[in-house]
Design a protein around this ligand. Structure first.
Ligand SMILES: Cc1cc2nc3c(=O)[nH]c(=O)nc-3n(C[C@H](O)[C@H](O)[C@H](O)COP(=O)(O)O)c2cc1C
Length: 348
């Protein structure tokens, strides 16, 4: 019998995941204009939970209305949004999966009203010119991240992921390609840490379960950040109990308009993840165009990452984990109601 690392349990502090398969945050832009969960979300996330995913990180969810990418983003900025999110948590838990929420603010990539950023430069011509945040704006946004975290705690999410990647607001402070400030929120040693550190603190004060951070470890620009630049930043974050995180989700790109290569291959971000893992010793979630189970096994066995995500593959095929468990001859965890449809693993 093949040993399947992918189906071994993994613990993030007290949070026990039944396997190493994660659904990464993917915006569905399907909330109503008030940012409230719709039947679509219940079916969408419920199906992936039923399909056998260990941890679902739900899509970028705005911690304030002006931080939305579109008018149909999910929101966690007011109490009316709580019951819908609670139904989502209950459905996912009902299928034995764990559920995290990605707390997000789009900054200069927001398209709903006046946007804000670390600096007053627009992402591209199609985006509005942001207002450069002053210290009181910063304080207010740090505060609403905390409010979002407090609601996430109340709702019962197993984990919170802070969205520090893909050129959204936190990334607009981290990256020297965007953040040209000269005050204490500017870049020191080529990277902007203070805004991120304050947000982690604010989230940790209000959320008492594991906390993850997603980063764009590679900015695909000579003047931009590379994985090695994150090691001192993350080491500093880990040294302070009030800012230490439990998982780093290693992604890349999205900081500037041309900040993504066109010729990427399956596993293209695994090298970045491995570098961060070796340099920081923080548990790592990694992925990018993954779908081949042997390749994924190799990544886990070689300890290049602790958990792996499948994004678009789970959109195409919500039952990927079931199929893959059959490939590895694992009997546990199949829905008894679908027994007559087995085997799931067929070539035709
Ligand atoms: C439709 C879609 C929406 C996405 N939305 C988000 C998001 O809300 N937050 C985020 O951090 N990444 C988002 N991403 C990036 C994914 O989480 C993932 O990193 C990316 O799809 C690459 O993984 P894959 O090749 O397995 O799909 C999105 C990707 C897709 C395809």
């Amino acid at each position: 019998m093949k040993i399947a690392m992918i189906f071994t349990e993994y613990k993030i502090k007290d949070l026990s995941l039944k396997n190493r398969i994660v659904m990464p945050p993917m915006c569905m832009y399907s909330a109503d204009r008030k940012g409230i969960v719709q039947p679509f979300h219940l079916v969408h996330y419920g199906t992936r939970a039923q399909g056998g995913v260990g941890l679902i990180i739900i899509e970028a969810t705005a911690i304030e209305a002006r931080g939305r990418i579109t008018g149909n983003d999910l929101g966690i900025w007011n109490d009316d949004q709580i019951p819908g999110l609670k139904s989502l948590v209950d459905i996912v838990h009902g299928f034995g999966a764990k559920i995290a929420i990605q707390l997000a603010h789009a900054g200069r990539k927001a398209t709903v009203g006046q946007c804000i950023s670390s600096w007053n430069s627009q992402f591209s011509d199609e985006y509005p010119i942001p207002i450069k945040m002053d210290e009181s704006d910063i304080k207010q946004v740090v505060g609403v991240f905390g409010e979002g975290a407090r609601r996430a705690q109340q709702i019962g999410f197993d984990m919170v992921e802070i969205h520090g990647a893909h050129g959204y607001l936190i990334n607009q402070f981290i990256s020297p390609l965007v953040n040209l400030r000269e005050d204490s929120y500017g870049c020191k040693n080529g990277i902007g840490a203070k805004f991120l550190q304050e947000i982690i603190k604010s989230v940790k004060n209000n959320f008492k379960r594991p906390i993850g951070l997603r980063i764009s470890a590679e900015e695909y620009s000579n003047e931009g950040l590379h994985p090695q630049n994150f090691i001192p930043l993350l080491s500093e974050v880990q040294q302070d109990r009030s800012t230490a995180v439990d998982l780093i989700n290693v992604s890349s790109g999205g900081v500037i308009k041309k900040g993504f290569p066109s010729n990427v291959q399956p596993g293209y971000q695994i090298g970045f993840a491995n570098e961060i893992k070796n340099g920081t010793k923080i548990p790592i979630l990694a992925g990018g165009m993954l779908r081949d189970s042997d390749m994924i096994e190799g990544i886990l066995k070689d300890k290049k990452a602790d958990l792996i995500w499948l994004g678009r593959e789970l959109l195409r095929n919500p039952y990927w984990p079931l199929k893959t468990s059959e490939y590895f001859k694992i009997e546990k965890g199949k829905p008894q109601q679908y027994e007559r449809a087995e085997p799931y693993f067929r070539n035709s």
